[in-house]
Design a protein around this ligand. Structure first.
Ligand code: NAI
Ligand code: MG
Length: 509
């Protein structure tokens, strides 16, 4: 299969999803993964993961609790004390690359699992899965070139540094990009020599479980452990665990603060990648067609469920009408549909709760005085069981409105106009988040000036919005988080640095 060809299904929505469910369930056990084997929860409880397109259960997975987290951390510690801990960086790299090869050989199946569990169009899931693997591969290679430093001293002293893994690290991920965000964390964590205990989101545990099963023959037992379960039952024990040396979390800002508080107890360092309300600033000289394309991708891809979605457009008043018309047309050109058939370009939201949240925000926006230029419910009986929201554009939005300040996490763009450069920058920065931003202008100095003035961890100029690359740091200013992922330096977040001072006495023989 090439990157362009996807094995689509045929039939009614119910039929395609029943067939895909059978195919997925034939792939693996989908139990928790501890110490190199599939295990059930200590208490024996399970919970269902749903297919967002049809609202039906795909299967159940273990409902892990503190006892399972304890077992996973112990398995991780055994790995660090055993074979995994004895590996040289080159051997770790080789093991990770072997895992990448195995995942690559099963990439179509992985993508199917990701699509079914997360409600993603199959083709998007395939592209994302390949993209996710790029990060594992990147960190496997980066570790081969990792170095410490020597510190210049006098003749009687030799000082050098070592980068040592923490031991067992705890990783917690959300449901919007399950494999991608898992590999953003597992890549540097494993490459640095840690064992990982990772808790996927309760809505989308399946792709990571399958990926873990595919590690059986290539990673030493216990290097990778996956505990499935709910936030307070399985996530919180991981953040509080004295055996966990480092925590990395991606998700809602409120949860992130809870995670950070929990980590203070053991003075555990945290990396947090939280929410955003990222501005896309469109200056009057912008190539409007290009800006429309990039904004539409930035807000409607994955049905808007992206932490770095450009969920606030700030457009110069002279071109606002033309831009908005273009965006509305683009929004209306997207095709909500069965994620498993060809031609679908937008899937449902992840859950009933997310559907309610997003549709409530659209109503709130109207009450606050915004105009809904396009959007609303999907009028298709075949999709009635899925949590579909049509791409929505709210205009005449004031930056003080809640729809302009709060993370909606759905396919909802809000459009605000500006007159001057200073006003644009003030609006862009007048928000508690600072994850990402977009800038559209054909003026080179204006682009770089705006990139410097906007408070955000990433700025995309004239395209490719919201696609971090291996090597490009990704993370937030302000309340969007702490630390950076995706970059070479992210490895440093998973190591602690030791300075070794060696006294060199006068040689005497
Ligand atoms: P969440 O932040 O609660 O969940 C993310 C992960 O954290 C999940 O694995 C969850 O089980 C875990 N978790 C929850 N409570 C925890 C705790 N006390 N300790 C440790 N781990 C915990 O997000 P949720 O509830 O799935 O979605 C709520 C809202 O958050 C969404 O409507 C969306 O607006 C936003 N969100 C933002 C994301 C982002 O990347 N910025 C990702 C997911 C959600
Ligand atoms: Mg699901």
């Amino acid at each position: 299969m090439t990157s362009d060809s996807v094995d689509y299904y045929e039939g009614t929505v119910k039929e395609t999803h029943a067939a895909a469910r059978r195919d997925v369930l034939a792939l693996g056990e989908f139990d928790a993964w501890i110490g190199g084997e599939s295990v059930t929860a200590t208490e024996g409880e399970r919970f269902a993961t749903l297919d967002p397109v049809v609202g039906d259960e795909i299967c159940t997975v273990p409902r892990c609790t503190g006892a399972d987290v304890d077992a996973a951390v112990a398995a991780g510690q055994d790995a660090v004390d055993g074979e995994w801990g004895d590996y040289t960086p080159q051997e770790r790299s080789n093991a990770m690359l072997a895992w990448v090869d195995t995942l690559q050989a099963n990439v179509d199946d992985l993508a199917l699992v990701e699509s079914l569990d997360g409600g993603k169009p199959l083709k998007h899931a395939l592209v994302e899965t390949k993209y996710a693997l790029d990060f594992l591969e990147y960190y496997a290679k980066v570790i081969q070139a990792d170095e410490g430093i020597t510190v210049p001293t006098g003749d009687n002293l030799h000082v050098y540094t070592r980068h040592e893994p923490y031991g067992v690290v705890g990783l917690i991920t959300p449901w919007n990009f399950p494999l991608t965000i898992s590999f953003w964390k597992l890549g540097p964590a494993l490459a640095a020599g840690n064992a990982a205990v990772i808790k996927p989101a309760e809505q989308t545990p399946l792709s990571l479980l399958y990926a873990a099963e595919l590690s059986a023959d290539v990673l030493p037992d216990g290097a990778l452990n996956v505990v499935t379960g709910f936030g307070e039952e399985a996530g919180a024990p991981l953040t509080e665990h004295p055996g966990v040396g480092k925590v990395s979390f991606t998700g809602e800002d409120v949860t992130g603060k809870t995670v950070m508080r929990a980590a203070t107890e053991n003075v555990t360092p945290v990396t947090l990648e939280l929410g955003g309300k990222s501005p896309y600033v469109i200056f009057p000289d912008a190539d409007i067609e290009k800006a429309v394309r990039d904004v539409a991708h930035g807000i409607f891809y994955n049905a808007g469920q992206s932490c770095d979605a450009c969920s606030r457009v700030l457009v110069h008043e002279d071109i606002a009408e033309e831009f908005t018309e273009g965006l509305v047309a683009r929004a209306e050109g997207l095709t909500p549909g069965d994620t498993l058939v060809e031609g679908t370009t937008i899937g449902p939201l992840i859950s009933a709760a997310q559907f309610e949240k997003v549709t409530d925000y659209v109503e709130l926006g109207k009450e606050e005085g915004a105009t809904c230029a396009t959007g609303g419910a999907v009028d298709d009986d075949d999709l009635a069981d899925g949590w579909y929201v049509r791409p929505t554009v709210l205009t005449e939005v004031d930056n003080d409105m809640r729809v302009a300040q709060e993370e909606i996490f759905g396919p909802v763009e809000v459009v605000t106009t500006f007159e001057t450069y200073d006003e644009a920058i003030d609006l862009a920065n007048d928000v508690e988040f600072g994850l990402a931003a977009g800038v559209a202008t054909e003026n080179n100095s204006l682009a770089h000036r705006a990139a410097a003035d906007i408070e955000a961890g990433s700025v995309w100029i004239n395209g490719n919005y919201a696609t971090p690359i291996p090597g490009g740091p990704f993370g937030g200013y302000k309340q969007s988080g702490i630390g950076r992922e995706c970059s070479r330096d992210a490895i440093r977040h998973y190591t602690q640095e030791k300075a070794v001072h060696v006294a060199l006495d006068e040689p005497s023989l």
